[in-house]
Design a protein around this ligand. Structure first.
Ligand SMILES: Nc1ncnc2c1ncn2[C@@H]1O[C@H](COP(=O)(O)OP(=O)(O)OP(=O)(O)O)[C@@H](O)[C@H]1O
Ligand SMILES: [Mg+2]
Length: 310
């Protein structure tokens, strides 16, 4: 099987987000492979269309080191990253290397950074244009499961009734049908995570950011959610940036895997995923899969592995 981004369903539906006749998948993939060596003046628009859905150029960020010190703590350092339409990329790296910070910056929630980010070919505010499932599920305790799931649509201007109706259609797929009227405090961690994932995937946005979305799920539910997510992407042409500590998950879902190191957080290496038929349960024991996994684990080890599961 071809990489996810090159599969027919993903590419076919990409035009619903951008007026692109057909994404140039060859160029797109080359662009991503060169992520650490792009010119800052690289053309963003080719023939009137965005070259990439998302481009990061030299993105750096520092936090205040605390009241005892005047200095700043560099968390992200000169991050370059390209994401083409329909691509799925994962970011792995040790705890504290800046993965969530990077997603906060990409989403537009955190605007205090240096460098450039362009989305759909244009710099500027991205807030509200990108769906983002944060590491904390951020469910509103006074809203039911259904109303929490519907919130992402409501915030984008869909009526309360329509938002509820669209969320309600999906509750069954997420194993939440019987909990429609339950409140977050009545849910397990895995159930809360599924509500947050449903909320993030409902809006019709071209880019989905997922910060450890499956961490609290049991193995079977996690596998079901993987299949569901891949199906959603095939149907909609969405692009995804996934943060995960699970190396197998990163390989199974992604076109490319980026490995971060910490202090400061940099993208240290990038791997293209070419593993054959991902729908074959045996793929995880294939030579290609195990070789790539070994490479990723070695890359993680060289940068510290705290919080990474193999
Ligand atoms: N609001 C903040 N103020 C100060 N420091 C922060 C803030 N948010 C994050 N940091 C620091 O930035 C660094 C990166 O944090 P971040 O949450 O991005 O890491 P992470 O890679 O997502 O880790 P994990 O895998 O544990 O979720 C950490 O050292 C953290 O303490
Ligand atoms: Mg994090």
């Amino acid at each position: 099987m071809a990489p996810w981004g090159a599969r027919s369903g993903r590419a076919e539906r990409a035009d619903q987000y951008l007026p692109t006749p057909e994404p140039d998948l060859d160029n797109a993939s080359v662009g991503t492979m060169n992520l650490t060596h792009q010119s800052a003046n690289q053309q963003r628009v080719v023939d009137g269309q965005p070259r990439h859905l998302l481009e990061l150029r030299s993105v750096s960020k520092a936090f205040d080191a605390g009241s005892q010190s005047d200095s700043e703590r560099r968390v992200l350092h000169e991050i370059d990253l390209n994401l083409s339409i329909g691509e799925f990329v994962s970011i792995i790296g040790p705890s504290g290397c800046g993965k969530s910070t990077l997603l906060n910056v990409i989403s537009g929630l955190d605007e205090e950074f240096s460098g450039e980010i362009s989305y759909s070919g244009a710099p500027g505010s991205r807030l509200g244009q990108i769906s983002y499932m944060q590491q904390k599920d951020l469910l509103l305790p006074w809203r039911t499961v259904l109303d929490n799931a519907a919130l992402g649509l409501e915030l984008r201007g869909v009526s309360h009734a329509d938002s509820r109706a669209r969320a309600s259609e999906r509750l069954g797929q997420f194993g939440l049908e019987e909990y429609s009227g339950a409140y977050p405090a009545q849910l397990s961690g895995g159930m809360r995570q599924r509500v947050a994932l449903l909320r993030a995937t409902l809006p019709d946005t071209p880019l989905l950011l997922l910060d450890e979305p499956f961490g609290a799920l049991d193995a079977l539910t996690r596998s079901e959610m993987h299949i569901w997510l891949v199906g959603l992407l095939a149907d909609t042409g969405k692009s995804v940036v996934l943060v995960t500590h699970d190396v197998d998950e990163a390989i199974l879902l992604s076109d490319h895997v980026y490995v971060m190191k910490r202090d400061p957080g940099v993208i240290d290496s990038q791997f293209d995923v070419v593993i054959g038929d991902r729908t074959d349960p045996g793929v995880v024991t294939s030579d290609a899969f195990t070789a790539l996994k070994a490479q990723l684990l070695a890359a993680l080890r060289s940068g510290g592995t705290v919080g990474v599961s193999s």
